[in-house]
Write a protein that binds this ligand. Structure first.
Ligand SMILES: O=C(O)[C@H]1NCC[C@@H]1O
Length: 319
């Protein structure tokens, strides 16, 4: 059956590539955004929050997205060693680190030619995130990209570049979605503390809560649940959450350098691995660099439009 061609739409078109990492969606914006101003990545993050937030809602909210949608906007980085800069977005605003997005972008950067001469068996991609420079390494052979591992920014206890609360609750797999939302609300409404970050005030906020199965003493597969900002539930084991858990386990002496642990998402069963690879510092804190590995896949390509007479074209959320 042949369909007639749609008439041309007026207004701006936002083009995207959709991927997912262990089930967690990433919408990568290809075109349609105006120039993002700012001399640094953190200034650019402030700029999009102040001037372009309507576009985040168009792409993250319904009817084009949904409550748990996640997005990445590629921007120029001020760092000479960066191959690309990225701003992350979700239902509430703009996060500072996102591991599942870095894993997806590791493939995307090679497949979409952002890296001019990819190397085998791995290609390094330096991704400038708001939290700092994250090095991704993408498996690449015979023109095909595969698994991606990345080296985090320094992670430390009691706070992290992305700040997480970690709870041991001896959870069973696959608890109802509403349970996580309920738990998240209890934590976020009752935990009160002042957070400090040695590098930038922009990074001093509570990013998420992690519910764990409590299996810290053995190396079997863990269950990790994350209810993060805006009460979204991550479908993947959460790259920054794995970073936080490895940093905590290293800090407690439960693991040594280069000891790999596996983390399974309680939501979907997808797995990331993580290990501490180097001791370092962040301000006065003793910190570690963590390597996280996972797989991402493509799920779609789309062009989104807003019709001028559509009262809901700016997006809305339903839970
Ligand atoms: O993998 C991660 O780090 C992220 N996934 C969604 C929320 C977190 O930033």
């Amino acid at each position: 059956m042949e369909f007639p061609k749609l008439p041309l739409h007026s207004g701006s078109v936002l083009s995207v590539v959709d991927m997912h990492t262990g089930g967690e969606q990433l919408r990568i914006i290809l075109s349609g955004y105006p120039e993002v101003k700012g001399d640094t990545i953190l200034a650019k993050r402030r700029y999009v929050r102040e001037h372009l937030d309507h576009l985040r809602k168009v792409l993250m909210f319904e009817p084009r997205g949904h409550y748990d949608m996640y997005g990445a906007l590629l921007v120029r980085s001020e760092l000479a060693e960066a191959d690309l800069g990225v701003l992350f977005m979700h239902n509430e605003g703009y996060s500072t680190m996102c591991g599942h997005a870095v894993i997806a972008l590791g493939r995307f950067a090679v497949d979409y030619g952002l890296i001019k001469t990819p190397t085998s068996p791995e290609t390094q991609i330096n991704i400038h995130c708001p939290c700092g420079l994250v090095k991704a390494f993408t498996q690449y052979s015979n023109g095909k990209t595969g698994a991606v591992r990345f080296h985090s920014v320094p992670a430390f206890v009691v706070s992290l570049w992305n700040i997480y609360y970690i709870f041991k609750l001896f959870l069973m797999n696959h608890l109802p979605y509403l349970f996580y939302i309920y738990f998240y609300n209890i934590i976020f409404n009752n935990v009160v503390c002042t957070l400090y970050h040695p590098v930038s005030e922009d990074l001093a906020f509570l990013y998420g809560t992690i519910l764990t199965d409590g299996l810290v003493f053995c190396s079997s597969v863990y269950v990790t649940e994350v209810c993060y900002m805006g009460c979204q539930v991550d479908r993947s084991p959460t790259g920054s959450g794995v970073t936080a858990r490895i940093a905590l386990q290293y800090h407690k002496g439960l693991i040594g350098l280069n000891q790999t642990r596996s983390f399974k998402s309680g939501a979907t069963g997808s797995v990331f691995t993580g290990k501490a690879i180097e001791e370092t510092t962040c301000g006065d804190f003793r910190a570690v660099v963590v390597e996280v590995t996972g797989h991402a896949h493509y799920s779609g390509v789309a062009s989104f439009i807003q019709e001028s007479d559509d009262p809901q074209s700016g997006g809305f959320l339903l839970r």
